[in-house]
Design a binder for this molecule. Sequence first.
Ligand code: TYD
Ligand code: MG
Length: 452
Amino acid sequence: MTKNKTKFVCQECGYESAKWMGKCMSCQQWNTFVEETEIKEKKNQPTKGVTGGKPLTLSEISSFKEKRYDTGIEEFNRVLGGGIINGSLVLVGGDPGIGKSTLLMQVAALAALQNKSVLYVSGEESPSQLKIRAERLSLLDSNFRIMAETNMLVIKKWVDEIKPDLLIIDSIQTVYDPDISSTPGSVSQVKEATSQIMNITKVSDMATFIIGHVTKQGAIAGPRILEHMVDTVLYFEGDNSGSYRILRAVKNRFGSTNEIGVFEMRDYGLKEVTNPSELFIEGGDKDAYGTVITASIEGTRPLLVEIQALIGHSSFGQPRRVTTGVDSNRISMLMAVIEKKMGMQLQNYDAYVNVIGGLQLKETAVDLAVLCAIMSSYKESAFNSKTLIIGEVGLTGEIRGVSHIEKRINEGKKLGFKVAIVPKINLEVLSNTKGIKLIGVSNVSEVIKYLS
Ligand code: TYD
Ligand code: MG
């Protein structure tokens, strides 16, 4: 027998090297190399389900009619692009304790209710621990199957036997293939386990969800390679202290990646939040200065969000710019616009900008709201709490139009907003403006007069 060859693999990015290295040449991380056994490629064995290598024209390929089913959780369906697709492989990542196992156990139970056969494989908890969770979620009547197992061969055997419609692997880092000597959770094991799970998923009609842990850098632990292999990557996020959770698609072969689903962690499990706008703007002293409400589009859905800013004298030579939920470079740019175009001197002030509710805003349509929040805090004077502020800000201080203005305004109307400050150019396309007064602005210098 030939001796198994080994290689050194960076546990952060999957970079491979013949020699051990202190620092990874690819991702520049220190001390991440671990020796792993090389997996021998099985030669001359076409994978099952493939055409045996014969090239086909598009017309020869039988069309794949995607079969989706409703999970019963509207927020979850939306993120997946309209429900679970048979034969798809979905990776759910998130920090420990965020609620991944809870979410998927609820999904499993709801699928079982629709008479689907469901297998929940856990390598993290014992069956009795899983039962305690099911009890907490009031799912004891549910008839999905639970298996505490980490050996890939055993899992495959049972999947073959039960032929579930839905398979859940919690988590991919605990699963191992005994033929590979590397420890579970190492790059080789995670890669191999995922590719085996992918093979059993693709040849059947079964949908598979795999749970993955996240490293401190925010990537799914081990290699990014995992993200390339699966059809859909979902991240479950939110601050651990708060009870709100956001499920976000970062890759989706069967739907949009802009959608988010909002959940609340209760004592009895996750509850979907069907009207998140209310959630993100509720509470707090609305007439306080430094706070502004804007409408952002997340996927296909408008969301009202509150942006807060605090501008205070800096006691250090280098003023602080601290932001959560918005890009700090964008804040620096907006502060430069305020200084140059509105004559306010902010260079000796610390600036803190925060988006309420743990949301991450990527849209430039929230620029004007951020700028107004900063200005309001600096001037110690508030905007009317029933005013919505929308618009992109350019470097010359001009206010540029935004997409989906109608959707944003309608969401504001629904939640009782009486006034909206919008880009002047957008006014032309707005037809039904009953119930809300629209103020068109074309330059940042025009907004200051709306401060009370
Ligand atoms: P869990 O699903 O175990 O997280 P993950 O699998 O992502 O590590 O969720 C764990 C947290 O959720 C834990 O801190 C307790 C809390 N929790 C609730 O608040 N309510 C519940 O009904 C359940 C099951 C968990
Ligand atoms: Mg878990």
